[in-house]
Design a protein around this ligand. Structure first.
Ligand code: ZN
Length: 148
């Protein structure tokens, strides 16, 4: 098991994500947690391209990932918020995070975890981290999930 989710527990990172979720409420916000070439952890908020119903869905602008890779950054996590809902990963979230493969779904970004933060009345609540479980062909909650 990778230790990546533990990195998300670092206060500045978790706090930046929570703040972004609160500021973006009642829309879902999304973004990346990356390690820069100098070794620093950075939170990169990305536009939510889900324009029809941004309060109950997100589409992360893929340019955010392309630009991050171009800067030589290492993608650790993709985060998004759930306004007025739990931090449970939805079926749509599961589908969006994988690509179909001959022998079953595979993660679109191998080794990258998903972080979901619940937001209620513009206040960030519980956060959960999900990692891809090859034997179940889906993302499952990581035992290293963030507790808040
Ligand atoms: Zn979601």
């Amino acid at each position: 098991m990778s230790t990546q989710p533990q990195l998300l527990l670092l206060d500045p990172v978790a706090e930046l994500i929570r703040r972004a979720a609160e500021v973006g409420y009642p829309h879902e916000v999304c973004g990346l947690v990356v390690r820069t070439s100098s070794g620093a952890l950075e939170v990169r908020l990305a536009p939510n391209m889900e324009l029809a119903h941004p309060e109950r869905g997100f589409v992360l602008d893929p340019r955010a990932i392309v630009e991050s890779e171009a800067r030589g950054e290492h993608l650790l996590a993709i985060f998004h918020s759930h306004p007025d809902a739990s931090a449970e990963l939805s079926d749509a979230d599961q589908r969006a995070a994988v690509i179909p493969w001959r022998d079953g779904p595979r993660p679109a970004y191998p080794g990258v975890v998903l972080l979901v933060v619940a937001v209620s009345a513009a206040r960030a609540g519980e956060s959960r981290v999900y990692a891809f479980a090859p034997e179940r062909a889906r993302f499952v909650e990581s035992p290293l999930a963030v507790q808040k």
